[in-house]
Design a protein around this ligand. Sequence first.
Ligand SMILES: [Zn+2]
Length: 127
Amino acid sequence: MENKVKNFATLLNCMDGRTQLPALNWIRSNYDVEYVDIISEPGMDKVIYLNDKNFMNSLGKKINISLNSHNSRIIFIAGHYDCAANKVDKAIHIKHIKSSVDIIKKIYKNVPVVGLWMGESFKVEKI
Ligand SMILES: [Zn+2]
């Protein structure tokens, strides 16, 4: 049975304009999600990995709006190729994304958290 409630997801993404539509379309194609709340920051995978208290407090307020007001039930964290704010190779991006997933999972224990990687063609891969 199709759920008539329009489901939300939460996407923690880079601000890079090349990453928005690929991530949004991939999430809508692969999950039962109609709307994607996008919280963006240059080099999102790196800044969550660095886990700065002030940044995380600000991020947490935004995530809470998505979870509590929109009833988002899943959080995605994306990193991408050629990131101006996180100029590292793919292996380090993957490490940052995985660490970010672990950090966010510890805060939101009942919410699934999924890491995404967008490579040179900006095709989305679940990691
Ligand atoms: Zn970027």
